[in-house]
Design a protein around this ligand. Structure first.
Ligand code: BTN
Length: 325
């Protein structure tokens, strides 16, 4: 089916909100014969849509497939700019690499790169990010904020808050944030965020925010060595979650918070972040690339840097580390 026809047909079903639409009405709106409508419906069924057909009433959508293609995400998307252009691929090395290239070539703010599978997903501190096919959300968002590069960590913390809010709204689960941006459910990690910059010393060209969200994996689908520390939303909730719906909600929340940030600065975001933070006011171990520190996590600075007080009362400012409670 041509993508324009498919898009129109899906929009019609979306507007009908689960009610029947007559074959006659569909054929008039799409400008095609009733036989062609029937063929389009068959095509949607092959793609995984469940459609009910009843004589005299027409067709209605009963269930949509769990895909994260541009169509699935854009159908019902509430944002103004984020995700209005989506670059989707079934399999990529890393969505970060593609987003970097698109940003370099001038892609607009809000451009989103999404894939069903990454074969070389990247994590923080030069680690890999396990990104198996069709189970999680692997995506990278391009922003072009008018802020200096030192303030870029604000956007990582902002994204963590947005994802935590979206998870809470869509699943009812209650997430925690471990500094800087790991999202945990019941003590296990289910979201990682990786922020990369294209910048000059005083100006950002683009920020690429990579988000990896474990959504529908079963325990067995995680490699054994991370089963004790990683989880998915479906494991914690006990049921599968529609990934496209979660992507829509995440983009909406990021857009709201980003707007607030550009108008009022980091303060309101910091307060929200602190509301989810589990590592503050506790004894923690921080493993940085240059060594390990132990002490009390005092809080974060207005730049989003972690303040840690060691046993001798010295305050350390930590820009990047892995935290253990
Ligand atoms: C972390 O180590 O916690 C950050 C993981 C970030 C993973 C995401 S998945 C989408 C995007 N593409 C990548 O290669 N990495 C990020």
């Amino acid at each position: 089916m041509q993508s324009e026809t498919r898009k129109k047909l899906l929009e019609l079903f979306s507007e009908a909100k689960g009610d029947f639409i007559s074959g006659q009405k569909i054929s008039e709106i799409l400008g095609c014969s009733r036989t062609a409508v029937w063929k389009h419906i068959e095509d949607l069924r092959k793609e995984g849509f469940e459609l009910e057909a009843v004589r005299r009433l027409g067709y209605r959508i009963v269930n949509t497939p769990d895909k994260v293609t541009a169509n699935e995400i854009q159908l019902g998307l509430k944002t103004e700019t984020l995700g209005r252009y989506i670059h989707f691929e079934e399999e990529v090395t890393s969505t970060q690499t593609i987003a970097q290239k698109l940003a370099y070539e001038g892609a607009k703010e809000g451009t989103l790169v999404v894939a069903e599978q990454q074969i070389a997903g990247r994590g923080r501190m030069a680690r890999n990010w396990f990104s198996p096919k069709g189970t999680g959300i692997w995506m990278s968002l391009i922003l072009r904020p008018p802020i200096p590069p030192q303030k870029a960590p604000h956007l990582t913390l902002l994204t963590a808050v947005a994802i935590a809010q979206a998870i809470q709204d869509v699943t009812g689960l209650v997430p925690d944030i471990k500094w800087p941006n790991d999202i945990l459910i019941n003590g296990k990690k289910c979201v990682g965020i990786l922020t990369e910059l294209q910048a000059e010393p005083d100006r950002i060209h683009s920020v690429i925010i990579g988000m990896g969200i474990n959504v529908n994996q079963t325990v067995e689908q995680f490699p054994e060595d991370i089963r004790a520390i990683a989880t998915s939303l479906a494991i914690e909730k006990g049921e599968k979650i529609k990934r496209a719906e979660l992507v829509q909600e995440i983009l909406f929340k990021i857009e709201m918070l980003y707007r607030q940030y550009l108008q009022h600065g980091f303060r309101p975001i910091k307060l929200l972040w602190e509301g989810y933070a589990i590592s503050i006011g506790k004894e923690i171990t921080a493993r940085t690339l240059s060594g390990t520190l132990r002490g009390m996590a005092l809080g974060i600075t207005d730049e989003g840097v972690l303040m840690l007080e060691d046993a001798d009362g010295n305050i350390h400012y930590i820009h990047s580390a892995d935290i253990q409670l």
